[in-house]
Design a protein around this ligand. Structure first.
Ligand SMILES: [Fe+2]
Ligand SMILES: [Fe+2]
Length: 191
């Protein structure tokens, strides 16, 4: 069961990492003054992050994985506290990034550089967060969690596949994800 559950989490990380890579690629390769930013795909990226990882993935880690692990051992306490702070910091960073994207659309002076710097900082920050979970937290979870813990965590993450509020969160995420690929330029997307 740990393997199957951690595969769901790793698959979610992979989707998030792909979106972060796309964001980084866009701001690094398309910042010539004569080239207009690709606003539709940049908005789709911000919407994806707010709609899926920030609304479903990180909160579920806190209420399931982190909570269960805290009950089994104190060894992960400091790491979990750090990861929870990173979730909070990430929520603020993406809101700030959305503000900077709007400033860029309004054509404010210096907005392009500010957006690019914030996007690169955010992508690096989230990437390290995912790595810390996979490299440091998952091994502790495998060591300490019991079968009943894995069963409840697995069920909770599978719920992302169930219809809630008339829409499956994972289907919604998949639609946004496909839209990003649709709008992104080659070699990432289909344009
Ligand atoms: Fe996380
Ligand atoms: Fe995560």
């Amino acid at each position: 069961m740990p393997g199957a559950t951690l595969k769901i989490l790793r698959d979610e990380h992979l989707a998030i990492a792909t979106v972060l890579y796309t964001l980084r690629y866009l701001v690094q390769h398309e910042d010539g003054e004569d080239q207009a930013p690709r606003f539709p795909v940049l908005h789709a990226i911000v919407d994806y992050i707010v709609s899926y990882p920030d609304r479903w993935h990180h909160p579920k880690e806190e209420t399931q994985l982190f909570r269960c692990l805290r009950l089994r051992t104190q060894e992960a306490d400091a790491l979990i506290a750090d990861l929870e702070l990173e979730h909070c910091a990430g929520y603020n960073m993406i809101e700030d990034l959305r503000d900077k994207l709007q400033a860029l659309e309004r054509g404010e002076a210096g907005a392009r550089e500010k957006f690019r710097d914030a996007a690169l900082r955010y992508a690096q920050f989230e990437w390290s967060h995912l790595r810390r979970e996979e490299d440091l937290l998952f091994p502790l979870a495998e060591e300490y969690l019991q079968a009943e813990d894995w069963a409840s965590i697995h069920k909770a993450f599978r719920e992302n596949d169930n219809p809630l509020f008339g829409l499956k969160p994972r289907d919604h995420a998949e639609q946004l994800y496909q839209r990003i690929l649709e709008l992104a330029p080659a070699p990432i997307g289909r344009r």
